[in-house]
Design a protein around this ligand. Structure first.
Ligand code: AP5
Length: 191
């Protein structure tokens, strides 16, 4: 089993690269953002609660996303590995994920962190907001709040995995294919 975290700020390309990675390596893609947007679309109580945080650019409470990931792991017992996209985003989520994976006698093998300058992140997200229908992409203030949440609560997650020597930084600017090639080399060196 091979378990990968694709890490980075909003707009750094996690979702874009994940699509290519799951096709190449056959990992199960677990994106907490996508799972939350499905709950919103289905108008579940969880979705309605999450939306109030997402619309402000704030993180959804830990217990909500940890519960979703726990169910997703249980629902995919035969996966050859997981690609975590947008999770974990706090140290509490990282600790919970380690415990959940340990119960399944596995662990995180690698975290790839995409580094992109803030001006480029804002440009990409505002660009996507014109067509995506994502309410958190249309307002620059909300985008800046998401980036601020990332710096305050999510960057410590990289330090958490650094302690275990599991983090590699990747330049997240350039063409999608160029970045994919660098990411693939890192994975091939570990898998
Ligand atoms: P989430 O859905 O995870 O969004 P995000 O982290 O804000 O990331 P994005 O999907 O916006 O960006 P990305 O890095 O995937 O980039 P992408 O490939 O899409 O989270 C949304 C919200 O849900 C959070 O704010 C929070 O409220 C909540 N949430 C989710 N997970 C949570 C958790 N674990 N805990 C608590 N709350 C949680 O690319 C972005 C754009 O750039 C696209 O238009 C793409 O085409 C373009 N692009 C990609 N690569 C390139 C490139 N190389 N060059 C030029 N453009 C590019």
């Amino acid at each position: 089993m091979f378990n990968l975290i694709l890490f980075g700020p909003p707009g750094s390309g996690k979702g874009t690269q994940s699509e290519k990675l799951i096709a190449k390596y056959g990992l199960k893609h677990l994106s907490t953002g996508d799972l939350l947007r499905s709950e919103i679309a289905a108008q579940t109580p969880l979705g309605l609660e999450a939306k109030s945080f997402m619309d402000k650019g704030q993180l959804v409470p830990d217990e909500v996303v940890i519960g979703m990931i726990s169910s997703a792991l249980d629902n995919n017992p035969n996966a050859k590995g997981f690609l975590f996209d947008g999770f974990p985003r706090t140290e509490a989520q990282a600790e919970a994920l380690d415990k959940l994976l340990k119960l399944k006698k596995t662990a995180i093998h690698l975290m790839l962190a995409l580094d992109v300058a803030e001006a480029e992140l804002i440009k990409r997200l505002l660009g996507r907001g014109k067509t995506s229908g994502r309410s958190d992409d249309t307002n620059e203030e909300v985008i800046k709040a998401r980036i601020a949440e990332y710096h305050k609560k999510t960057t410590p997650v990289a330090d958490y995995y650094l302690k275990f020597d599991k983090v590699k930084h990747i330049k997240g600017e350039g063409t999608v294919d160029e970045i994919f090639e660098v990411i693939s080399k890192e994975i091939d060196g570990k898998i």
